[in-house]
Design a protein around this ligand. Sequence first.
Ligand SMILES: [Zn+2]
Length: 273
Amino acid sequence: MPALHPLLRNSLIAVATTAVLAGCASTTAGSVAGGQRSQLMVVSEAEIVQAAQQAFAQQNAKARAQGALVTSGAEFNRVNTVMRRLVPHVAQFRPDAARWPWELVLINTNELNAHVMPGGKVTVYTGLLRRMGMTDDELAVVIGHEMAHAFREHSREQISQQAVGDLAVSLGGALLGLGSGGTQLAGIAKQVALDMPYSRNMENEADIYGLELAARAGYNPAAALTLWDKMAAAGAGQGPSFLSSHPSASDRTARIRAALPKLMPIYEAARRR
Ligand SMILES: [Zn+2]
């Protein structure tokens, strides 16, 4: 995780000092292939989700002004159909998150990238769709991965870790009367979604939960093997958020292979239904 801009750090301190101390808990049931652990959460979910909504709206307004926002048409419908099929299966891990207002936008750029903001706001860049020649199974792996970051609340966890770390060294800064207004929080949400890479552990977790999600929705989790190979070969990873802290392709392939014996029966059962 890179060092934070001082303004952002101050905002985080302000947020943390006004936050309810929720302590360490896992908000999600485990996946069949592991992933259960405790998470530090000192910032409220509601604050983060509200801030993310604002950041998502700002992102979309900017893309719309550039004529790059895609919210209809064949390409959008294809991705949205995959996401809609995955959403009900989030209940397996977290019933509340299956009822979130999950939302998708495409942004028309050549980037090989996708990201998610807290509360289930998914953005996919059209370069990813057009340059990778993805099957629906591979697409489900990508969308499932992003959705898992959201329902595992990895951004809230990162903000909490950052806030607590900073509090320990500079509690004084928190007393300077910095407001934790909506605009400031929206900036934080944007920064976390777009500029701060998730930890390796979070990436591994998003893989595993995302694959189980895909399997439960009847998408073949083995598609992850071809997908991440293709992504690595295409040089994805230059982008700031999607793949930059992701494990090497060979590590990732090994972990996915190890999880597949648990995931394939779920997929096969879903196919029979
Ligand atoms: Zn990720």
